[in-house]
Ligand binder design. Structure first.
Ligand code: IFM
Length: 453
């Protein structure tokens, strides 16, 4: 039995952020460079040419952000820790000022009655580790577990619910195959090595966290319902499912990469990569599963055009899978993602069936183009409808027997949306980048009312 997760009697609510997306202060207090500092500095890497050096300046303004969470009335705040603040070179010396920041954040949350849940890795890998191969290199998994224990030793007396990784699919395949996220490498099938090392890093950290007495170790995946369009070859749909979902859940649940995974990722059969004991370490290593959901994935057949075969760049994020197209139906959010709450319901029911684990919806939310504050108000009715529909879908999944404990809104603040820079706003609180003024949007007020009952 797990001890500190929400008990599930009623759906618990929270809001989430991530270190590089909100903290700013990237050279303060001994923080080392991360792969996102390096990548965002490349011309063309982010849509607006911007980076996370200022972001929401939450490193300094966290008391304001905690006050926003407390006033909202959520029980949980899901935040991530910046590895390069705590172990600036990735391994070796620990930076006390970095740990001090999270100490203050956690204490402030607890004073205001908000329960903190920490994520050790939300993509800001220390650059020094990338210089030695990053997630393609096995040593990174061991360095990750060491860093996680440094953070846990300092905060584990107050933070009880932990996730190792956030969305390792993005870290492995957007980072090392498609090259659209840091470190911006296009290594094709070698990106599966990164996936294995992320799995291994989770397993190593989970083992040590459990030994240290942590009873609520989870991992957060952006699993997706795969809904093939008519005419999609079965092997292509299976390949997409393998790379998006099964490369993660197979080791976690069965201690194995299944045959369909090995078909698209033959490198995972290499005993030099997947060593004796690796998969056994990962099997059963999570006490809970975090599911991040935004939209379904609809692979479709490749259609010949006069210019040649239609090719979707997203295919690059599924190395080893035969060419497919990716389809997006209406309505869509500002980032172009289809709105389909039924996908969340299906995903939660299926994820619970597959893993048997308690689940938290660790992210769900929507980008809309609400740049302007008019008379102190941001009218984001689209976001309210999105959240309402997905909370209802979560409740339907619970009613169907899925053990879903919490729904955590992505995100508290408009922030650095990775390759999209600041052009896509997911926050329920508006940020004015010039002044850093925080203005709760109508969606924040709506959720506040709902939580006050
Ligand atoms: O902003 C991201 C977050 O960092 C990870 N999950 C998806 C969000 C929206 O793209």
């Amino acid at each position: 039995m797990t001890a500190h997760l929400p008990d599930g009697a009623a759906l618990a609510f929270g809001s989430a952020t991530a270190s590089y997306q909100i903290e700013g202060a990237t050279s303060a207090d001994g923080r080392g460079p991360s792969i996102w500092d390096t990548f965002a500095a490349r011309p063309g890497a982010t849509r607006d040419g911007k980076d996370g050096s200022v972001a929401c300046d939450s490193y300094h303004r966290y008391p304001e952000d905690v006050a926003l969470l407390a006033d909202l009335g959520v029980a949980y705040y899901r935040f991530s820790l910046a590895w390069p603040r705590i172990v600036p070179a990735g391994t070796g010396a620990v930076e006390p000022r970095g740990l001090g920041y999270y100490d203050r954040l956690v204490d402030t949350l607890l004073e205001r009655g908000v329960t903190p849940t920490g994520t050790f890795y939300h993509w800001d890998l220390p650059q020094a580790l990338e210089d030695r191969g990053g997630w393609l290199h096995r040593d990174t998994a061991y360095a990750f577990a060491d860093y996680a224990m440094v953070a846990y030793d300092r905060l584990g007396d107050r933070v009880k619910v932990w996730a190792t990784h956030n969305e390792p699919w993005c870290a492995a395949y957007l980072g090392y195959a498609a090259g659209v996220h840091a470190p911006g490498r296009r290594e094709g099938g070698d990106a599966h090595r990164a996936a294995h090392h992320l799995n291994l890093g989770h397993g190593l950290a989970a083992q040590r966290l459990h030994e240290a007495g942590c009873r609520d170790v989870g991992i957060v995946h952006n699993l997706a319902p795969i809904w093939p369009e008519p005419g999609t070859p079965a092997s292509a749909a299976d390949g997409v499912d393998a790379v998006r979902n099964r490369v993660w859940l197979g080791p976690l649940v069965d201690g194995a990469y299944d045959d369909g995974v090995l078909r698209v990722a033959p490198v995972l059969a290499d005993p030099e990569l997947v060593r004796d004991g690796d998969l056994e370490l990962v099997r059963g290593s999570a006490d809970w599963l975090g599911v991040n959901y935004y939209t379904p994935v609809r692979p479709g057949p490749v259609v010949p055009t006069p210019q040649g075969e239609e090719r979707h760049p997203e295919t690059d994020a599924y190395p080893g899978v035969e060419p497919v197209t990716f389809h997006v139906r209406e309505p869509r959010t500002h980032i172009g993602w289809e709105v389909e709450p039924a996908g969340l319901e299906e995903l939660l029911v299926e994820s619970h069936r597959r893993t048997g684990l308690p689940i938290m919806v660790t992210e769900n939310g929507a980008a809309y183009a609400d740049e302007t504050v008019v008379d102190g108000v941001v009218r984001d009715a689209d976001r309210i409808a999105y959240l309402d529909g997905h909370i209802a879908a979560t409740e339907r999944a619970r009613a169907a027997g899925a053990d879903v404990r919490a729904y955590i809104v992505w995100t508290l603040l408009d922030n650095f949306e990775w390759a999209e820079g600041y052009t896509k706003r997911f926050g329920i609180v508006h940020i004015d980048p010039a002044t850093q003024d925080r203005t709760p949007k109508a969606s924040y007020r709506w959720l506040q009312q709902r939580l006050r009952g």
